[in-house]
Design a protein around this ligand. Structure first.
Ligand code: AMP
Ligand code: MN
Ligand code: MN
Ligand code: MN
Length: 274
């Protein structure tokens, strides 16, 4: 089985990169990418552990691109994660994230919720701070019951304490990954646009910018959605990809090894990756 979209403690997942590789192996994966948000710090550890386990590990990243409506997340795969231009772009994104986090903290305080950065950072360990870690702090205080409520009331786009952060354009994200020798896949396409007819031309424009594939097999997509996305991929000559978006405890209903695909789908992806 193959899974090309997962998160570790290097961003907002709960398993360390080595624990994640071991969990993937135990769940029956034989090809697996680690795709932390904006951060390649977990990759050396992940790839070393994957190799030790006889799992084909793929270096990956998930970037949030700047788009006027919806959310566009791009998964970069198979790039040189030590590439200096890429490293400096990651630093730029981390800086933007840090500035955004301080603005969100201020927004909480202005709304009478005296969260501190230390409190939020506890959920991030030593790694980058994501909105998921804000959500965990709010849950621990009993202010919300779960992640969904935290995003709906406080953290989601347009919610009370949401603040935007610096993002590269879709074209810049694609170019950065390509320049470091990798390929780019569109993550969870419905986040950009739920209307499939309106979605297709938007994906076509990304293909013109260098997009190679799109996730058709995704943990929260039902069979009907997967079939519709496979049709779009087929029409646009994009490679269908497989991504669980596993995070561990922050998203307890998402598991590894639950997206079986045909050997042909896996082989086609492997041709691009190895
Ligand atoms: P950030 O990268 O800090 O802006 O946080 C984005 C992360 O929050 C995403 O990667 C998801 O893991 C999570 N997230 C975003 N929207 C939601 C939502 N509506 N419900 C649950 N988790 C979400
Ligand atoms: Mn996440
Ligand atoms: Mn995403
Ligand atoms: Mn993800």
């Amino acid at each position: 089985m193959i899974d090309l979209h997962t998160h570790s403690t290097a961003s907002d997942g709960s398993l360390t990169p080595s624990e994640l590789a071991r969990a993937g192996k135990a769940a029956g994966l034989d090809v697996m990418a680690l795709t932390d948000h904006d951060c390649a710090k977990g990759l050396d550890e992940f790839l070393a552990e994957a190799q030790r386990l006889g799992l084909r590990g793929v270096p990956g990243i998930e970037l949030s691109a700047e788009v006027p409506n919806g959310q566009l997340h791009l998964v970069g795969l198979g790039f040189d994660h030590h590439d200096p231009a890429l490293q400096s772009a990651f630093e730029q994104m981390l800086g933007g994230r840090d500035a955004r986090n301080h603005l969100m903290l201020k927004a909480f305080q202005e709304n009478g919720i005296d969260l501190t950065m230390d409190e939020v950072a506890r959920y991030a360990g030593d790694e980058l701070i994501s909105r998921v870690h804000f959500a965990q702090a709010l849950i621990a205080r009993g202010l919300v019951k779960d992640l969904a409520e935290a995003f709906e009331r406080f953290l989601g786009k347009g919610a009370l304490c949401y603040r935007d952060r610096f993002r590269y354009s879709p074209e810049e994200c694609i170019r950065l990954i390509q320049s470091a020798g990798g390929i780019v896949i569109m993550a969870h396409p419905l986040s950009l646009e739920r209307d499939l007819q309106a979605l297709e031309p938007k994906i076509a424009a990304l293909k013109d910018a260098g997009l190679v594939g799109m996730e058709c097999f995704y943990s929260t997509y039902d069979t009907e959605t997967t079939v519709a996305l496979l049709r779009i991929a087929n029409r646009l000559k994009l490679v269908p990809s497989v991504g669980s978006d596993f995070h561990g405890t922050p998203k307890p209903s998402i598991f590894l090894g639950q997206l079986p695909v045909s050997e042909a789908v896996k082989q086609r992806l492997c041709e691009y990756l190895f």
